[in-house]
Design a protein around this ligand. Structure first.
Ligand SMILES: *[C@@H]1O[C@H](CO)[C@@H](O)[C@H](O)[C@H]1NC(C)=O
Ligand SMILES: *[C@@H]1O[C@H](CO)[C@@H](O)[C@H](O)[C@H]1NC(C)=O
Ligand SMILES: *[C@@H]1O[C@H](CO)[C@@H](O)[C@H](O)[C@H]1NC(C)=O
Length: 437
């Protein structure tokens, strides 16, 4: 009898929800259609407003390029990318108008630019307009102790809305990973959109932490202990990853800072045809922090050359010069000199070039003294640099005068920063080219 009552109640409950299902579906549908209509009207309105405020120079409308970087007054690697990107764009497209959306409301634009100069030694030659946003608190994670990803993402849409209402650009670049703002600027703002991703908002690693019921930074113990909660959270994560993929794939251009990020973004956003790695401009400070007088572990001298194996880098000349140097020296001192060529291979052509360089060093009889380090990590790179006596971009006609070594190193270091910024500039400009034409 009791079981009968129980199952009857369950039946009534199901019946009740079922009766709500279709009306609910219809209401949702109507709301969606209304939302689309409102956004479409908004888009027309913004386009008209954009036309009326657009400025022109020599009869041509100026392109407005905007970066979404709510924390642009900070001093991290992401900010370095922002300032280097602006500098590169201003050099190539001096006519355009540059805008940065920022949430740093207690500083002036002038102070932000001074900060960029102080921290990164980057001075912009053309003006930048700052649009100050008041709602940055909406994207702060401490606001959302639960459903942090979703909360921050919805918050970023509101913050993006505030930005769009203040200024409608032609080109929109999200440089802080707020992918949910991309469809807003693309479909409501009518912009061409690009993104530079340092780190995916959700990664497959995070999914596996929940899946395996581990406790981690993104998974509280009360969830990892409970199988049902873990399942629910997993569904939430998969759903989030799916939506993140949808919004991310709105990008016309995607740039990522590393191969690790590339792999995650490729599997989440699935827009490989417009995704490129653009390594961030080198964090020179880390190199400068290596003490100049450091005691070396390897005996002898290490000559280090860094650069992608591209034709214009002319590595062959470096090997020839090195061979010549060895020939001039007494044979017994050979083992104390080593040339290390460090660089990335982007494709088959680059690999072919490396093979040719290996052959060259064999032909010159210096294969024992020349090492190739392809695709090594940043930490390995730093280790080589701390042991290196001499960097080879500028230095190679120098003799190895020990008294002069410190001075040479200082000069070499000054050139490191220029070199890495150039690499970034070339890669960044060629990626965003199609946004600006
Ligand atoms: C602006 O506010 C941030 C945090 O609210 C603070 O760290 C920073 O020192 C402030 N800057 C100035 C110039 O007051
Ligand atoms: C990419 O960005 C992430 C997050 O800031 C950082 O941890 C990582 O080291 C960066 N990778 C490179 C190659 O700079
Ligand atoms: C170096 O990395 C690139 C892409 O990141 C890859 O295509 C290439 O095969 C790698 N080369 C080697 C020798 O590891």
């Amino acid at each position: 009898m009791a079981a009968d009552v129980g199952s009857w109640r369950l039946y009534a409950l199901l019946r009740f929800f079922y009766s709500l299902f279709f009306p609910g579906l219809i209401i949702c549908g109507v709301l969606c259609v209304c939302l689309v209509i409102v956004l479409w009207i908004m888009r027309r309105h913004l386009q008209r407003r954009k036309k009326s405020v657009s400025t022109s120079k020599n009869g041509k409308d100026q392109t407005v390029v905007a970066f979404f970087h709510p924390y642009c007054n900070a001093g991290g690697g992401g900010e370095r990318v922002l300032w280097c990107a602006l500098k590169a764009l201003q050099k190539k497209y001096p006519e355009a108008v540059y805008v940065v959306y920022t949430g740093d409301s207690n500083v002036s634009g002038q102070q932000i630019l001074e900060g960029a100069f102080r921290r990164f030694n980057i001075k912009l030659v053309h003006p930048v307009q700052f649009v100050f946003l008041r709602k940055r608190h909406l994207v702060e994670d401490r606001r959302y102790p639960h459903f942090t990803l979703l909360g921050q993402s919805l918050g970023s849409i509101l913050l993006g809305w505030e930005a769009l209402m203040q200024r409608v650009p032609d080109v929109y670049i999200d440089s802080m990973g707020y992918a949910f703002t991309l469809p807003l600027f693309k479909y409501v703002g009518g912009c061409r959109v690009g993104s530079y991703v340092h780190y995916p908002t959700i990664s497959t690693d995070m999914l596996s932490v929940v899946k395996n019921q581990n406790t981690g930074f993104n998974n509280a113990a009360f969830i990892s202990r409970n199988a049902l909660l873990s399942k629910a959270k997993l569904i939430y994560y998969y759903l989030f990853a799916f939506i993140y993929g949808l919004v991310g794939s709105c990008s016309d251009v995607v740039m990522v800072n590393s191969t690790w990020t590339l792999n995650h973004i490729l599997s989440l956003w699935k827009v490989g045809h417009c995704t490129n790695i653009v390594y961030p401009p080198c964090d020179v400070q880390t190199f400068l922090d290596i003490p100049l007088h450091e005691k070396k572990v390897t005996p002898g001298h290490l000559l280090v050359s860094i650069g992608q194996f591209r034709p214009e880098k002319n590595h062959a000349l470096q090997i020839k010069a090195f061979a010549k140097l060895l020939n001039e020296k007494a044979p017994e001192s050979h083992s104390s000199l080593k040339l290390v060529l460090i660089g990335g291979c982007r494709n088959k052509d680059d690999e072919l070039r490396v093979n040719q360089l290996r052959k060259l060093s064999e032909n010159l009889g210096v294969q024992e003294d020349v090492e190739f380090k392809i695709n090594i990590s940043f930490d390995e790179l730093k280790n080589y640099l701390s042991e290196a006596t001499i960097g080879l971009h500028t230095m190679w006609n120098e003799h190895f005068g020990i008294e002069k070594r410190l001075q040479i190193r200082r000069t070499a270091r000054a050139s490191v920063s220029r070199f890495s910024d150039q690499e970034f500039e070339v890669a960044f400009l060629s990626s965003v080219e199609k946004l600006l034409t």
